[in-house]
Design a protein around this ligand. Structure first.
Ligand code: C2O
Ligand code: CU
Ligand code: CU
Length: 437
């Protein structure tokens, strides 16, 4: 299995990356040969991987060839808010039109991009891609794979479209819950890896492999299990300390980077049973992908990444904002409100903010902040054992998380659940960052 094809820089000057990203209807060929209509960026799903260096200026012209308005959002990166792709006070790019946005890549890591209008349908239809910001100081690893996980519903006579919904479907999205990332209850869901079913990554033994894994599913959770190697990064780049987890939960929107240093033995990474309504996991373990090293060279010494090694921050004790996630199928709320009828919170650039997020509903919600990375101070009163910096954090039922952040970029930032049917259903609010007086 190869990584999605990368975007070609249209600007030869160093330090600048220029790209035209065209969103257009496309036909997706599923494993087994079914062809289903959807959307794609530059004719491919996943869209072209944008690979830039730390500090680069990135300029992207989004060309909209869809029959509906769209935008492109840079998930996990702090960009000027006018370039963030959210539609609050800006609106979208109408069919047939284009818009150019620009930002500086200020953080190394694995990010992704996707529309932020009719988001559940447009992402479901195949509009998503990966954005990698490389730090030239990081060691080079012989093998790297970009691994994009999406769960698809195979076409049935009365379904006829890729993933779970045709892009223009007016029918309500099926509710999530209890399917454990193994597809929708009542429908045959299938996790595809870069569009392939249980593919094999080929490489040479005696080498290392860096896997940049992104869960782009609308609502599917993946509980990774098997030989996971070393976890070197999560949402916001390198971890402060590398971890060796036995399982790893990827909620919608989450990223993780794993590093394997392999001898001759291959292995399989599994999607384990999981329930995002609490209780026992649902379904059977399913093979997600396999790694098959060729030859029998001994495992090398893994490359050393410069993990910052910072300690978990102390909780400053105050609470700036509280976000309460509540509701049930059909109506989802943050602080009792539904987007766009929301109270816009306000914080000041450069001043520390503590957010307390509570999930009062019976199912899980991945909390996502635009333009604001945060450190997890505590979950249900317990501080994490290692510093955890994220932009997407899964809240289990009844969870109470305390988050610390210092806003840098003035503007209007979305705060929402990354189960996209919940987000489109109103589980989204706005946080304004204002300049210091
Ligand atoms: Cu992937 Cu509003 O975000
Ligand atoms: Cu985002
Ligand atoms: Cu939700």
């Amino acid at each position: 299995m190869v990584s999605p094809a990368e975007a070609i820089d249209e600007d030869p000057a160093p330090g600048a990356f220029l790209l035209t990203l065209t969103a257009a209807p496309a036909e997706h060929v599923l494993p087994g040969g079914d062809i289903v209509p959807g959307y794609a960026y530059n004719g491919q799903t996943p869209g072209p991987t944008i690979r830039v260096s730390l500090g680069d200026t990135v300029t992207v012209t989004l060309v909209n060839q869809l029959d509906q308005a769209t935008t492109v959002h840079w998930h996990g990166l702090v960009v000027p808010w006018e370039s963030d792709g959210a539609t609050w006070m800006l609106g979208g790019v109408a069919p047939g039109e284009s818009r150019t946005v620009t930002f500086t890549a200020t953080k190394a890591g694995t990010f992704w991009y996707h529309p932020h209008m009719n988001t559940d349908r447009q992402v479901d239809a195949g509009l998503y891609g990966v954005l990698i910001v490389e730090d030239p100081a990081e060691p080079k690893v012989e093998n790297e794979r970009v691994i994009v996980l999406d769960d698809w519903i195979l076409p049935e006579p009365d379904n006829g479209a890729l993933d779970s919904q045709p892009p223009d479907s007016a029918s309500p999205a099926p509710p999530h819950g209890g399917d454990g990332g193994h597809g929708e209850s009542g429908a045959e869901g299938l996790w595809l890896v870069n569009g392939l079913l249980a593919p094999t990554v080929e490489m040479l033994s005696g080498q290392s492999l860096r896997a940049r894994i992104v869960n782009v599913s609308n609502r599917g959770y993946v509980l990774l299990g098997g030989a996971l190697g070393a976890q070197i990064a999560s949402d916001q780049g390198l971890l402060d300390t590398p971890q060796t987890p036995e399982t790893l939960l990827l909620a919608p929107g989450d990223r993780v980077e794993l590093l394997w240093s392999l001898g001759g033995d291959g292995f399989t990474v599994w999607d384990l049973p999981y329930s995002h309504a609490g209780g026992a996991g649902v379904g059977e373990p399913e093979a997600l992908l396999s790694v098959a090293p060729e030859g029998d060279a001994a495992a090398p010494t893994p490359p050393t990444f410069a993990h910052p090694g910072e300690a978990v921050s102390a909780d400053p004790g105050f609470t700036t904002l509280t976000y309460t996630f509540a509701g049930d199928d059909g109506a989802w709320f943050i602080n009792g409100e539904q987007y766009p009828e929301v109270t816009v919170g306000q914080v000041i650039a450069g001043q520390p903010v503590v957010i307390e997020a509570r999930n009062l509903s019976a199912v899980e919600h991945p909390l996502h902040l635009h333009g604001l990375a945060f450190e997890l101070l505590s979950l249900n009163g317990v501080a994490p054992t290692a510093r955890t910096v994220e932009d997407t954090l899964n809240l289990r039922a009844r969870d109470r998380a305390r988050l610390l952040l210092t806003p840098t970029e003035p503007g209007f930032w979305m705060v929402h659940c990354h189960i996209l049917e919940h987000e489109e259903g109103g589980m989204m609010t706005v946080l304004e960052v204002v300049e210091a007086p």
